[in-house]
Design a protein around this ligand. Structure first.
Ligand SMILES: [Zn+2]
Length: 314
């Protein structure tokens, strides 16, 4: 069997089950093992559609090595249209890696994703987009500082995906565990990058095409797929991202959008209460470029407003 799919089923707490749909393409020649995870978050559809298309389009005669594609990594969140978190336990899987076999639903799910799929790879792509209430400027992010060879390949995955913004973030090894999927892979010696294109819970065909082209280009660059990879010579490189959060709950009137360059101290927007009384203004904490944004006015205390990519690590 050179191409096959399987729905893997695992037990979870309280009699729940975890479903992990894996599509595998075994090439006719030996080569690296690439693993792609899509759908870690519930409302991110273009990477899911691109992952399915990739499986359909890959011809084993043109593949060297193996491509394992997890088309919907978080089936529970997908089926419930749940933003950011898995509904069963309210946890964000992209804060739980490498997970725990005896943990809660999400901790077990990421444990199995890593143990049975990602850890078997020589390279890993974690494909995302803006969730239901997010918009973004397409970007890739990788973590470095664990091993020079892994760092180099992780950056190549990020760059060859072909997106206009690339963030290379120094891994904080004082943290006990990674949490983030791509950082966890790098910590375990598997080159990896997070890639983001698409937004608002829409199945935009443009974003599907961006992901499909990026996946194929990375596979070509690493010799998994026949053909010449194209160079991404138009990207902007950043050293870190800084989150901006709402200091108080309220209605947020945002004045910026993804891709905007902000100056430190520039106004991002204002918060008002439910009678229109000003509660405060939110300012950029540094010079940087708006990568992605919550473009929804309902804000809780410490609610996420936007991520700012910065040239210097902050
Ligand atoms: Zn995501």
């Amino acid at each position: 069997m050179a191409k096959f799919t399987k729905m893997h089923v695992y037990p979870a707490e309280g009699g729940e089950t975890i479903h992990i749909p894996a599509a595998t393409v075994q090439g006719e020649r030996p080569g690296p093992h690439a693993v792609i995870t899509a759908g870690i978050h519930g409302g991110e559809y273009p990477p899911v559609a691109a992952a399915i298309q990739l499986y359909k389009q890959l011809d084993p005669a043109q593949v060297s090595g193996t491509v394992t594609i997890i088309t919907v990594s978080n089936v529970s969140a997908f089926e419930h249209r749940s933003m950011f978190v898995t509904p069963v336990d309210g946890k964000n899987p992209n804060r739980c890696f490498p997970g725990r076999e005896d943990g809660s639903y999400t901790e077990r799910m990421v444990y199995y994703l890593f143990r049975d799929f990602i850890s078997k790879g020589d390279l890993h792509i974690d494909a995302h987009c803006g969730d239901l209430i997010e918009s973004l400027a397409p970007f890739a992010e990788y973590s470095w500082g664990v091993d020079p060879e892994v760092d180099r390949k992780s950056k190549e995955i990020a760059v060859y995906y072909g997106l206009p913004n690339v963030v290379g973030e120094l891994c904080d090894l004082t943290k006990e565990y990674a949490g983030l999927n791509y950082e966890n892979s790098a910590r375990h010696g598997i080159p990896s990058a997070l890639v983001e294109a698409g937004q608002h819970g829409q199945l935009e065909q443009d974003a599907v095409e961006i992901h499909l082209a990026g996946m194929k280009n990375v596979l070509r660059h690493f010799g998994v797929l026949d053909g010449e990879a194209w160079e991404n010579d138009g990207y902007e490189l950043f050293q870190g991202v800084t989150a901006v959060e709402a200091p108080v709950p309220g209605i947020f009137y945002c004045q910026v959008k993804p891709g905007d360059y902000l100056k430190k101290g520039q106004s991002i927007g204002r918060l008002e209460d439910y009678f229109g009384t000003a509660l405060g203004e939110v300012f950029a904490p540094a010079d940087g470029k708006v990568l992605y944004i919550t473009d929804n006015p309902a804000m809780i205390q410490d609610g996420f407003i936007l991520d700012l990519a910065t040239k210097e690590k902050i």
